[in-house]
Design a protein around this ligand. Structure first.
Ligand code: IDP
Ligand code: MG
Length: 142
């Protein structure tokens, strides 16, 4: 199977708690290769664009406020079956429902502030990668 890519963010809650290192360790120990990474902060406008699909959901305003509240770490990961394998490693949206050993089980405490984002499809991963990174910041063929 060909290598492919997924987009992830370590969200403001996990950055604030000092979990950047432990989360990146978990990711690389699970055979994902980091081919792009940066620490940045989303403006409210960035967060609204990134999460536009959720604009009619009741939690949208809280989500935008949270995601723009502090620094995040954005990264592109490379692996066979990257999108689905990362969603498995990530665990359920609600950490109370996340399987043992998953990132959200280990590092998240609420359904809103749930530590890490992972793309949900190859199509969306490409859109999300291109939203955050220019070609010269990505050290692989995307
Ligand atoms: P995902 O991150 O597991 O793909 P989505 O349904 O795409 O979950 O939701 C995007 C983000 O919106 C979640 O990661 C979480 O931060 C937030 N969110 C989702 N559902 C809820 C909710 O019921 N209450 C509060 N925040 C939510
Ligand atoms: Mg999602």
């Amino acid at each position: 199977m060909a290598l492919n890519h997924t987009f992830i963010m370590i969200k403001p809650d996990a950055v604030k708690k000092g979990y950047i290192g432990p989360i990146l360790n978990k990711i690389t120990a699970s055979d994902f290769k980091i081919v792009s990474i940066k620490m940045t902060q989303l403006s409210k406008r960035d967060a609204e664009i990134f999460y536009a699909i959720h604009k009619d959901r009741p939690f949208f305003n809280d989500l935008i406020a949270f995601m723009s509240s502090g620094p995040i770490v954005a990264a592109v990961l490379e692996k066979e079956n990257a999108v689905d394998d990362f969603r498995t490693l990530l665990g359920a949206t609600n950490p109370e429902e996340a399987a043992e050993g998953t990132i959200r089980k280990l590092f998240a405490y609420s359904v809103g502030e749930n530590a890490v984002h992972g793309s949900d499809s190859d199509e969306n991963s490409l859109i999300e990668i291109q939203f955050h990174f220019s070609q010269s910041e990505i050290f692989s063929e995307i």
